[in-house]
Design a protein around this ligand. Sequence first.
Ligand code: AMP
Length: 223
Amino acid sequence: MYIVMLGKPGSGKGTVGKMLSEALHMIHISSGELFRSYISRAGDIGKQIEEYVAKGELVPDELAIQLVEKRLLEPDCKNGVILDGFPRTVKQAEALDKFLKEHHQKINIAVELDLSDEDIIDRIVKRRVCSNKDCREVYNLEFKKPKVEGICDVCGSTLEQRPDDSIETVKQRLQVHYETAGKLVEYYKAQDLLYTVKLNIHSGKTSEDVAKEVEKYLETNQS
Ligand code: AMP
């Protein structure tokens, strides 16, 4: 099974995607994390990627597709994948469909998490991530506080703010989202694969609730 997570930056795609991956025993791949791992290795590809990520712009389609497809060929992907942050454009979605078809696979559902821009900005400025690249647990200073301030509950490393989580870069990332997301949502809607969850940070609905809702939907709608 292949699940695609859609939504604005900071909408909770990663958190919900990880919960789904545990419940459904599928690997969770975040294209943002994948690209940040190239940046931390500081090779030529990493340097190229960093220029786009730092500005809040999308990595060019060709490069994004090439790196994600390379990752999808790894053996841990054979039981299915939850793709978070990829595709971001129709060109990427088409390339992914072609790639999956060649491997006798297909997308089963595209889950869209829909939050207002105000909620997104509020969540992103309060987001902290574990600095340990093998952990990268995500926290929120209001909704998912670490037990000890500034320290990761899972591995004990210090927490940090992503450099592209500044208000200026978030506004740019939202702008980029609006340029591409509408067409992507239409792309999956036309194939009857879209499942939208409307969210509001004050509704009390947790990421666990959202993951359970998606699981239930999959149980009743997938054979
Ligand atoms: P994310 O962690 O999903 O918020 O992504 C962080 C950054 O990585 C984005 O702002 C883009 O610069 C880059 N990125 C992530 N996924 C993609 C993608 N599918 N296509 C192009 N750029 C991407």
